[in-house]
Write a protein that binds this ligand. Structure first.
Ligand code: ZN
Length: 84
């Protein structure tokens, strides 16, 4: 799913920014797609009944370092999965 581009941009402008912790560059790009981070189960793929974190990613365009943001905590996604 995709988040609202204008809201993501507003969030990133107001809450984040600054230099990349890896290389010091201040050039970031983002993707409005929401990705998932699944709970580890010893290498087995478990569907359902397991924790999943939604992730918004921003990437340093200089070195490729990725920052991960929880879009629910950021107010960009409801707990039912709707873009806010
Ligand atoms: Zn960097």
């Amino acid at each position: 799913m995709k988040l609202d581009d204008a809201k993501v941009r507003t969030y990133l402008t107001s809450k984040l920014g600054g230099a990349c912790g890896s290389c010091g560059a201040k050039n970031w790009t983002y993707d409005t797609a929401v990705y998932e981070l699944r709970e580890f189960h010893g290498g087995n793929m478990v569907i359902g009944g397991s924790g999943i974190l939604p992730l918004l990613t921003i990437t340093c365009t200089n070195c490729g370092t990725i920052r991960m943001i929880n879009p629910i905590a950021a107010g960009l996604l409801s707990t039912s999965g709707e873009a806010t």
